[in-house]
Design a protein around this ligand. Sequence first.
Ligand SMILES: Nc1nc2c(ncn2[C@@H]2O[C@H](COP(=O)(O)OP(=O)(O)OP(=O)(O)O)[C@@H](O)[C@H]2O)c(=O)[nH]1
Length: 703
Amino acid sequence: MLSGSRIFAVNHKKISSLNINNVCCSKIRASLKRLKPHVPLGRNYSSLPGLIGNDIKSLRSVLSPPAAKIRNIGIMAHIDAGKTTTTERILYYSGYTRSLGDVDDGDTVTDFMAQERERGITIQSAAVTFDWKGYRLNLIDTPGHVDFTVEVERCLRVLDGAVAVFDASAGVEAQTLTVWRQADKHKIPRICFLNKMDKTGASFNYAVESIREKLNAKPLVLQLPIGEAKTFKGVVDVVSKEKLLWNANSDDGKDFERKPLLEMSDPELLKKTTEARNALIEQVADLDDEFADLVLGEFSENFDLLPAEKLQTAIHRVTLAQTAVPVLCGSALRNKGVQPLLDAITMYLPSPEERNYEFLHLVCLQTATGDTIVSSKSSALAAARRAEREGEKKHRRNSEAERLLLAGVEIPEPVFFCTIEPPSMAKQPDLDHALKCLHREDPSLKVRLDPDTGQTVLCGMGELHIEIIHDRIKREYGLETYLGPLQVAYRETILNSVRATDTLDRTLGDKRHLVTVELEAKPIETASVRPVIEYADSVSEDLLKASQEAIENGIHSVCLQGPLLGSPIQDVAITLHSLMIHPGTSTTMISACVSRCLQKALKKADKQVLEPLMGLEVTVTKDYLSPVLADLAQRRGNIQEIQTRQNNKVVIGFVPLAEIMGYSTVLRTLTSGSATFALELANYQAMNPQDQSTLLSQRRGFT
Ligand SMILES: Nc1nc2c(ncn2[C@@H]2O[C@H](COP(=O)(O)OP(=O)(O)OP(=O)(O)O)[C@@H](O)[C@H]2O)c(=O)[nH]1
């Protein structure tokens, strides 16, 4: 579903230089304010060339560098891969901060929310701007937890490039796949950083292979690690054939030495690097014709003579074309490998000039997430015209459609809901205001009113999501609210085709309202959250013109609340077979008649509850595999595969969401805290008759 795509015009000349910078400027300000007492922040321009005396021109280029010198990038990964730690090191080495923040100490710049610092996780993306060797970098650290996927999505759509961070001991993990797919969708050029090379079990080759196999990507190995796990001490730059060693006694990793590999001192490493470089040259030549011509023409006899810059330029082109991904490695926590990563960002990821965006996204005006801001009134009109044209040819995929992706964020349907109550009735308006603001910022949070009880209902992406919203209402809006029990968002469908007829005949004042409707509801194979509405040929087109909106409103309102649990109805088609409307009948009466007729039909149908089925990936050491499997069997889990990942076992399968509530606590107890897991909505599946009748009895209060 696309969130409403509103378009605003602002008067900015340089879209490119403003792009990410403004995404979260309110959040950056928040982080600066909170950190001031103990972390002296601020940009350090001293490393930039050209800032001499009153040289206004160069000062201007420092404050607003040419677009070719800008990199708008994001950092994305599976939870806990080390995005925030890597970002902290990047900020420190660039001179943006003067001390190293630590996730585990809760004093990082980009995890600025109290909840992020307490839990050591990223919840909201944060943007920071800093400079590196004459380049201006606008960087967004995104969340890794699946509950905050929308946050990742809204960032990816405005990025020019991304760094995918991996835990080198785990390679590609469940959420890596999700964010990788999101980046594919938005066509974002990427580089991979294999982090945690210092960790026990870290394996460069394993992680590279997992990129090749699981992400179906072509890794370009630009570095080789020197040592692994405890012995990791640096990297070899394959392109320049140099070794980069970090001083073991340096506590911040600022100092490292870069030396050419020599036959005399490093014969083995040199041999390995030459082989890797030759393989890299062949790989890039296969993907880039211009480079292939160069290599075959001048350097076919001896690849050693090929200058590093020529190879780097070709790697840049290949990265931009997204036919391959450069791979680097390091250990952010041990302060190794981050400076070369920064060099690679400037060297291989594209500038805004190389990307083709017309829109820019500014969230902190009176806009909502998903709105688009354009540079002038005429481009707003052009965008609106295109959006209109796009609406007409909804299903046709073409390049225009792809460019319009910026105009909306794809919001997944929430899987959990619970009621929320203010401390007193007098505080209800304050709660409504808080929820309105939070929803504007985070469209994956849905708020609705329960029509039976009048209670406010929060719908979210997961337990953590709802917990964080509850906490934010308390901290940011000063409201102590009460949450009802967390409930799974079920869906409903029908199993057979049913027909019904209804007539509504009412006289209000001196006006007669008379409608007769005959319709059919039937199940459909294709998954569709909204009902498919069809009209039989016998229905008069003229009649339809005047009443179609009222008819569809009537159908949609019934499908939002199914007859079994009051959950939305999906995978159904409604066909209107006949329609008779007395002249002067109001549209409200038409809607009411259609609703009543559809309710009648649904009552007759065999009905089915659909429950959210989660894809589950549990990473556990061999010793704890049996208890984890036994526990999953009790939770109606369906195990698809058990993979071996280094010293760990990875259990991959499906489990109904209703069975996995509070799983983190159970898993921690079962495995003494050694296992990790990732959950993601896979689809909605039919409940078996026994489970369905137990659920229905529970809901009706019989058990
Ligand atoms: N051994 C080792 N641990 C690391 C490294 N980088 C990060 N960590 C640890 O991994 C944990 C997660 O690090 P974060 O930087 O919060 O990871 P993240 O990807 O930002 O996490 P989320 O945003 O919550 O998904 C923390 O305990 C870090 O100290 C590394 O290079 N080596």
